[in-house]
Design a protein around this ligand. Sequence first.
Ligand code: ADP
Ligand code: ASP
Ligand code: MG
Length: 410
Amino acid sequence: MARIVMKFGGTSVAGLDRIRNVAGRVKREVDAGNQVAVVVSAMAGETNKLLGWCQALSALHDAREYDAVVATGEQVTAGLLAIALQEVGVEARSWQGWQIPIQTDNAHGKARIREIDGSDLIKRMGMGHVAVVTGFQGIAPNRRITTLGRGGSDTSAVALAAALKADRCDIYTDVDGVYTTDPRIVPSARRLDRIAYEEMLELASVGAKVLQTRSVELAMNEHVRVRVLSSFQDLPVDAETGTLVVDEDEIVEKQMVAGIAYSRDDAKITVRRVPDRPGIAATIFGALAAQNVNVDMIVQNIAADSTTDMTFTVSKADLPRARMALQEVKPAINYIELLEDPNVAKISVVGVGMRSHAGVANTMFRALADKAINIEVISTSEIKVSVLIAAEYTELAVRALHTAYGLDVA
Ligand code: ADP
Ligand code: ASP
Ligand code: MG
């Protein structure tokens, strides 16, 4: 007997048939003698629809009301799944974030979970009841509803698994595991049996949407055993199914590169021809930080006339606020013009093997050059190399790199 958390994403609960399928999978685990808590997302497309309504009414809408609106998608699926479970003879009830409670900070739209009191759920699970919990949402100290950022149900599931001291956290989605890259754009991508927390964390943070970044961070810190598997694959599920996220030393055959990710969520900004003197970077990035704009990649080019171009990326959603902040500091730093380019993509290769192998970045630059793809910005970390390119070459670049690192299925 084990205590498990099962999480089902949007496509896995996209309609009543899918919800019945989920109920069947949960029942199987219950019948096997396991204690089960389930975390559900909103039906596929639902969160986008709700968010669209907020935007249509107001571009700069109140983030607290945004949360009140978008959190409803998960309420629907939790209730429906509880009904479907009761229908197949499993005792179940739905739990919204505030009812448990899942306590978060008050950063509306991107709240962090602070604490989950699992005692009530543990007691009921001990009686054989299934708890169906709304993903993506919690309650702030001021008792308003919060949401955890897009893809946040993964984080709800891992946090709940930690709070319940669950033996494992199974993340059911529409692919049968974590692949060497997004299998939807590279059909020859390979499923990984295991991936190290650190690699998964890095891949998620540079765009691999299969797990939300914060869920991996939490799993790593709380030692939650996370498995990614498909709710569309035929039963039965056994210990070998899907991809297990594990400590690095549990992986015997270490590859130099574990995977490749892409993101089209960023925009490039260039502040043209600012004087090349101390304090310029501090002024530019200070103004952005004051507006809560995160800056990712940065490059500076110094010209012969002792001016410099400062190029960097911010998330597309932050572009209006970044523009405003930079216009405000124009008198202080005297730049000639501000250029914006939203048609860029960030392509990243990730692998713990990079710590001990030289030449990873060079292979990347060579493969892109062979396809005549221009690199606009480069950034590196211990286990990652990222480049910024024109968005139209995203697929071409990912496929070329997948081949260059020998990741294609044989
Ligand atoms: P869910 O709604 O179940 O949370 P998501 O759409 O958030 O599902 O995540 C699953 C998707 O992640 C897959 O359909 C796939 O296109 C994408 N994806 C991106 N990178 C990877 C990868 N390296 N391995 C597997 N899937 C990936
Ligand atoms: N429904 C939310 C979203 O679409 C949370 C999730 O699916 O994980 O972002
Ligand atoms: Mg997701």
